[in-house]
Design a protein around this ligand. Sequence first.
Ligand SMILES: Nc1ncnc2c1ncn2[C@@H]1O[C@H](COP(=O)(O)OP(=O)(O)OP(=O)(O)O)[C@@H](O)[C@H]1O
Ligand SMILES: [Mg+2]
Length: 251
Amino acid sequence: MNQKIKSEIEKSREKDKMLFEQNKFISMGEVMENIAHQWRQPLSQINSSVLVIDDVLHEKNFKDSIIEEKLLEIESLTKYMSNTINDFKNFFDQDKKYETFFLNELIEKSIYIVKGTFKANNIEIENNINNRYEYLGFQNELQHVIVVLLNNAKDAFISRKIIKPKIKIDIKIISNEYHISICDNALGINDEIIDKIFNPYFTTKHKSQGTGLGLYLSKKIVEQSMQGRLEVKNTKEGACFYIILKTADKG
Ligand SMILES: Nc1ncnc2c1ncn2[C@@H]1O[C@H](COP(=O)(O)OP(=O)(O)OP(=O)(O)O)[C@@H](O)[C@H]1O
Ligand SMILES: [Mg+2]
């Protein structure tokens, strides 16, 4: 009897944690929405100021290559900022859309999301995808999975102090399936834990750094929303994660 109560309490605690994670995702989305809203106006104002300066200089026949270069730089930086905001906003978007998109483009977008922290940690990403791969599914959810995998590799690079951290990304088509591989050189996952990494709350990280839900939720997304598989293998250099999805039926 006691045991049963204990396990019920445990279950409801797990549910709470899961709800907490989901709510966290939703509130992050709301924060992004607000920032996007607040920044849109000043960003476009900066851009129009640049245009005015440009015009005035033109009228006065003022020519200076450094000033011209810097004005272009301001323009491209503000563009970059508004693109970034849009990307993050889309990432946290709760409206699930079942749509056709290109896997190669989604991977590029995912790389873009982590670009900042990866650059700061000297992590190289070798994206070997040269073709367009059409897919019908939930774009944002799949992007979430890719970002989780990239961030896990990043955490492994940092904690293991890997000298030349590198991630290779590839897509192969094997009998009506896309095999998206994300491989790192962070020394891999120990045999004792490799069967547990997809379990909820399994983490080797400190409490403040990992919830252990990343791979669990990713597997759920791939298997339940996309009817695919999420697999892992160790290589000589590190870990390889495979997102396996059915290619679109054209029938
Ligand atoms: N690329 C990798 N290299 C080495 N170990 C990994 C890699 N990816 C995952 N792991 C191991 O799997 C565990 C579970 O990963 P998961 O993403 O589910 O949780 P987490 O990263 O610990 O926390 P969070 O839920 O906050 O992401 C990690 O704690 C780590 O030990
Ligand atoms: Mg993780």
